[in-house]
Design a protein around this ligand. Structure first.
Ligand SMILES: Nc1ncnc2c1ncn2[C@@H]1O[C@H](COP(=O)(O)OP(=O)(O)OP(=O)(O)O)[C@@H](O)[C@H]1O
Length: 759
């Protein structure tokens, strides 16, 4: 250990004499902790030795000091070794004036005494840390400022007024808890102040903090009603405003570094206040205990939802499951919405008497063909759907959804939508009428079974447009449409289109714009989720591409056709002759099959193999030895349909071998679909088409030369008439007798064909 050279003015006191066990190594020109006159420093011990203990008059003695010095090291000037810290807690000291001699002290701790006067600190220019808490000090910083003073604890004193601390530019931490301050002031120049605590004072207003570089601010237990004047304290990380009278969290929104906020025991009553701290990315801890907001139903879930960045709420960890539940409750992602939607409709359907939707039942071979145009609102998909259905009216018809929104100008009921009241819509949900629904921009939209069935009965593929959730929900059903995503890539153009419509609020437009990302993301993360993606910044271009895509689906290019109509030059069915009927049926069956095949999503090799196997089995059954074998598969098909119907009525399904009933006039009700007659002798039965209902995009009216379809029943040529029809047709629709004998396309779909003579 190096020792300072002895001074000529003042001898160094040997340690064992002056300071007992403490080592004396110091030297200074000014009196310091170590340069204590021996005569003084030994006084206490002499008195004790004489059995004359010093009276406790609250005056600090050299002896006490010598026993409480610590932290030996180089002085601030670096010229000598000194004790740099003095700690004398809880001695009932009232007078510490003696300490003015201890100029080298860097740390002074005199808590839990009865000190009123701290003027001795004026002589400690190197003081860095001062703890004078739990005393009786009434004067705020009543000493000349030690230039480098960094930390001061004046908590539990009797101070009531703050004064300017402009000379305390090094002050980092200031604890003024449990005093009687009413106002914060004088701190503006404390350019290093990072920690300030003024808990349990009488402060009624948040002010005087200017742009202090505070990282921690505690104002617990005051009378503050409003969070104000701290928006510029961008450095703030921890804020304790508990036990005040705060109602709103407004004023916190700019504190982007805030990580912990304690508002326990305040008057926050609305969880919506969380919006003010919603965007604070680093906020991890929030305490709102003992606020009226705690009484709100689902308070915690709502808070977790609004403040998903939190890891600790009301002193309880925020679990991952809580976050998931909260998000699913308040802003379910599309897949959750869709899953719920699907579950709801599945349950409501199950609760209804079983109905056979014969035209759209899933098929062993290919599913009912559908085309779904998906994309954000106003991307043009509705218009494209209409145009497509118009141009390709031999293949597609527009599936009319139901909605609770009112018609826009020019919209007619049954054209774009069926407009229904909210009550009607919910009645339909409860009646299990919908395949899927969506709540969008405050309105309900739903695709009903009947809407699809209506199109299917006409032998057409159903074309619908919908939002993402609709797609997700539809994917859970047995329908397997082709999905075409129409996505705007030019945000400005899309925004302009939304604006031009003058139908949407600002929020709706923002929401539509923001949803574009969801489509893009889904498409990126799940390649193949959509069968085609078409950019729709330019509607004309988008339509051209869509037509191209659809032609490819339909294989119309192969047939040398340009558009849908020209693709079928032979499409001249008159209905006059059996030959015509056969040819037309063959053609339309092929076309329909094509629509079906093309619109059905591609199958995996395993699926194809399985399908072939089933076909093979079916063929074997068809070419069986017994004469009845020919008709059995179809009978079985029809029986399964009618069996369901019979079961519903509490009857036994008809046995496979029993002769099928005569075809009956079809009613609109799918339950009325009769069992199929033996295919060798009878015709398949389809439900009633839309008849004369005018519908955009589908073409209306009866073709010249065709009989008016008054009964809504369509009979088709027996499958056996055309080579290969039986197996193809029959195998196509187990569980339904309708699909194998779908009507001719296009002309046959509008009218019933005459009942041909069975072979
Ligand atoms: N059954 C449904 N399922 C899912 N989404 C649907 C359904 N029916 C309609 N939608 C979609 O709901 C959104 C709102 O429909 P609406 O007709 O009110 O909007 P719009 O302003 O006319 O826009 P668009 O021109 O896209 O139809 C549209 O994106 C539409 O495609």
């Amino acid at each position: 250990m190096s020792v300072s050279p002895p001074s000529s003015h003042m001898p160094v006191v040997p340690a064992d004499v002056t300071l007992g066990a403490q080592v004396s190594v110091g030297y200074s020109h000014a009196p310091s902790a170590l340069q204590v006159p021996a005569s003084i420093t030994t006084r206490g011990s002499e008195e004790e030795e004489e059995g004359n203990p010093k009276e406790d008059d609250g005056e600090l003695t050299e002896e006490e000091v010598s026993g409480c010095l610590h932290d030996l090291g180089p002085s601030a000037t670096g010229l000598e070794y000194t004790y740099r810290a003095l700690s004398i807690p809880g001695r009932n000291l009232t007078d510490i004036s003696l300490l003015h001699n201890y100029v080298h002290l860097q740390r002074l701790e005199v808590p839990h005494n009865k000190i009123k006067d701290l003027s001795c600190v004026s002589h400690m220019p190197y003081l860095l840390f001062l703890d004078a808490s739990h005393n009786e000090i009434s004067q705020f910083f009543g000493f000349h400022p030690p230039k480098n003073l960094k930390e001061v604890d004046f908590s539990y004193n009797q101070m009531s007024e703050m004064k300017a601390l402009s000379a305390y530019s090094s002050l980092c931490r200031l604890n003024l808890d449990h005093n009687s301050f009413r106002e914060i002031r004088g701190l503006e120049m404390c350019s290093s102040l990072t920690h300030l605590s003024l808990a349990h004072n009488r402060i009624y207003q948040l002010k005087g903090l200017g742009k202090l570089p505070l990282r921690e601010l505690c104002l617990r237990g005051n009378h503050i009603r409003k969070i104000e004047n701290i928006e510029k304290i961008w450095t703030l990380q921890t804020l304790d405003l508990s036990s005040n009278k705060i109602q709103s969290l407004s004023g916190l929104q700019n504190l982007h570094l805030l990580g912990s906020l304690n508002l326990e025991n305040n008057m926050v009553s609305d969880i919506k206040e969380a919006k003010h701290i919603h965007d604070l990315p680093l906020l991890r801890e929030l305490n709102l205990q003992r606020n009226p907001v705690q009484d709100e139903a689902d308070y915690r879930l709502a808070a977790v939802f609004l403040l998903q960045q939190l890891s600790l709420l009301d002193q309880r960890d925020v679990m991952a499951e809580e976050k998931v539940s909260a998000v699913n409750k308040y802003d379910p992602p599309p897949e959750v919405t869709a899953a719920r939607d699907h579950m709801m409709h599945a349950v409501f359907q199950l609760r209804q008497p079983q109905v056979i939707f014969d035209s759209t039942l899933p098929s062993l071979n290919t599913p009912y063909p559908m085309l779904v145009l998906a994309g954000p609102q106003a991307c043009g998909k509705r218009e494209l759907a209409h145009r497509l259905c118009h141009e390709f009216n031999q293949f597609f018809a527009y599936g009319i959804c139901h909605t609770t929104r009112g018609p826009y100008f020019g919209e007619e009921d049954g054209s774009d939508y069926h407009y229904v009241s909210e009550e009607q819509f919910h009645d339909m949900i409860r009646a299990g009428k919908f395949i899927q629904t969506i709540q969008y921009a405050g309105h309900w939209y739903g695709l009903s079974r009947e809407a699809i069935e209506e199109v299917a009965r006409e032998g057409l593929a159903c074309c619908v447009h919908m939002e993402l959730e609709g797609v997700l929900s539809l994917k859970s059903t047995y329908f397997e449409p082709r999905y075409v995503l129409l996505v705007p890539t030019d945000q400005e153009k899309y925004g302009n289109r939304l604006r031009r419509r003058a139908l949407y609020t600002r929020e709706q437009m923002d929401s539509a714009l923001s949803r574009v990302d969801a489509y893009v993301r889904l498409n990126r993360e799940h390649p193949g989720y959509f069968d085609n993606v078409i950019t729709c910044d330019d509607t004309v271009e988008a339509y051209k591409t869509l037509c191209q895509v659809v032609r490819e689906y339909l294989g119309l290019e192969e047939q040398g056709g340009g558009d849908g109509t020209s693709a079928m030059p032979e499409n001249t069915f008159t209905g006059d002759s059996l030959k015509d009927t056969r040819e037309q049926s063959d053609l339309s069956r092929n076309l329909y099959g094509k629509v079906q095949q093309r619109l059905a999503p591609p199958r995996s090799p395993a699926e194809v193999a399985s399908q072939q196997k089933r076909r093979q089995l079916f063929r074997e059954a068809l070419t069986g030895k017994s004469p009845g074998a020919y008709t059995q598969p179809l009978n079985r098909v029809s029986l399964s349909a009618s069996g369901s119907t019979a079961l519903q009525a509490g009857q036994d399904p008809a046995p496979l071998s029993s002769p099928p009933p005569e075809p009956i006039e079809n009613s609109r009700s799918p339950t009325a679909v009769p069992p199929c007659p033996p295919s060798g002798t009878a015709w398949g039965v389809l439900g009633k088409g839309r008849g004369q209902t005018s519908r955009p995009g589908t073409g209306t009216g009866t073709r010249p030369g065709q009989p008016e379809r008054s009964h809504g029943l369509r009979l088709l040529p027996p499958a056996g008439l055309i080579p290969g029809v039986q197996s193809e047709a029959a195998s196509g629709r187990p569980g339904s007798n309708a699909k194998p004998v779908l009507p001719p396309i296009p002309s046959g779909r509008k009218t019933a064909t005459p009942n041909p003579t069975p072979p």
